[in-house]
Write a protein that binds this ligand. Structure first.
Ligand SMILES: Nc1ncnc2c1ncn2[C@@H]1O[C@H](COP(=O)(O)OP(=O)(O)O)[C@@H](O)[C@H]1O
Ligand SMILES: [Mg+2]
Length: 304
């Protein structure tokens, strides 16, 4: 199945015909402005949409800010949608959201139903189910044959030795670190039957990391099916929970755009059978020296 393609933002555009959503010319409408909805379960308009959106966002390990960035919508709009204050978002908004959340065709139908105020099945990932969080592959990915082979080789070697495989992809902004990690991860996904976790660590911003290790762990634990109120608040406890959930499983973890080795250290799986690919502008020397990570230094594509 061409999951990568079906998750790409552009391909979702065709799924929403302009006539499929009852949207007035006024565009987004506030829940406060209009009373009642046709759905049986929601207690107020916008409630069902808020519920499914939050569930899908958390399943995707996205913060509201990250969803806003991905969907190119304002973070205030996301917050209003998730708090049930906006209902009947425009068809364009729904398309952007579906693309950013990587929704399947069925899920897009649920989103439409929710936007009409109809109750749907809970979208959040059930405990014990297999997380599949890789973002869409870069359309027209090209080159990087040598690096892809290295990632394959490192994986095979680690598997034989029973060690955790850590690959660090370092290079300047925009050089293609995320594209390489995600493209390789899609190709290698079937070697990790217990799932693939992906998290954007937001290391690009100056100043302190936008995602701290404990925030990242909380999101990773949610991805592994831990209920929000069961996620330990302490870094040590959260890291221990994370490692014990990964023990005995074959999972791939992609830690994208790490600020430095310090930020990712608590996020490394301790279990043989798991692999982690870390991308960073930093050379991640600490990971290489202490954890034996295999570093791939990335330069610009030849024809870029
Ligand atoms: N191997 C590749 N083939 C095709 N396009 C690529 C490739 N690598 C990067 N790109 C393009 O360059 C853009 C920036 O790459 P990205 O992986 O986001 O950079 P980085 O993570 O290093 O900042 C991507 O969105 C993609 O469009
Ligand atoms: Mg990147």
């Amino acid at each position: 199945m061409d999951l990568a393609r079906s998750r790409s933002p552009t391909s979702t555009l065709s799924s929403f015909g302009p006539s499929t959503i009852p949207v007035g010319p006024a565009g987004e409408r506030n829940a406060d402005g209009v009373g009642g909805s046709s759905g049986a379960r929601p207690s107020r308009p916008g409630h069902e949409l808020a519920r499914v959106l939050r569930g899908w966002r958390e399943r995707g390990l996205l913060t509201q800010e990250q969803l806003a960035e991905r969907s190119r919508m304002g973070v205030r709009t996301i917050r209003r949608l998730e708090s049930g204050h906006t209902f009947r978002p425009t068809a364009a908004s729904l398309r952007l959201l579906a693309g950013a959340l990587g929704l399947s065709d069925d899920e897009r139908m649920l989103l439409l139903a929710a936007a009409r105020g109809e109750a749907a099945a809970p979208p959040a990932q059930a405990a014990g189910s297999v997380p599949r969080q890789l973002p869409a592959d870069v359309p027209g990915f090209t080159g990087r044959g040598e690096q892809l082979r290295r990632l394959d080789a490192v994986l095979a070697e680690g598997g034989a030795a029973g060690a955790v495989v850590i690959s660090a992809i370092a290079g300047a902004a925009g050089v293609g670190k995320t594209a390489l990690a995600v493209h390789w991860a899609h190709g290698a996904a079937d070697r990790f039957p217990d799932g693939q976790l992906y998290i954007d660590l937001g290391g690009r911003a100056p100043g302190p990391p936008t995602t701290t290790s404990i925030q990242a762990l909380a999101l990773l634990l949610r991805g592994l099916g831990v209920a929000g109120d069961r996620v330990p608040a302490e870094l040590e406890a959260a890291a221990a929970r994370y490692r014990s959930l990964l023990a005995g499983r074959r999972l791939l973890v992609v830690l994208d755009d790490a600020r430095d080795a310090e930020q990712v250290r608590p996020l490394l799986p301790g279990a043989p059978g798991c692999a982690v690919v870390v991308t960073s502008r930093d050379r991640l020397s600490g990971l290489v020296a202490i954890h034996g990570a295999h570093r791939i230094l990335l330069g610009p594509l030849p024809d870029a």
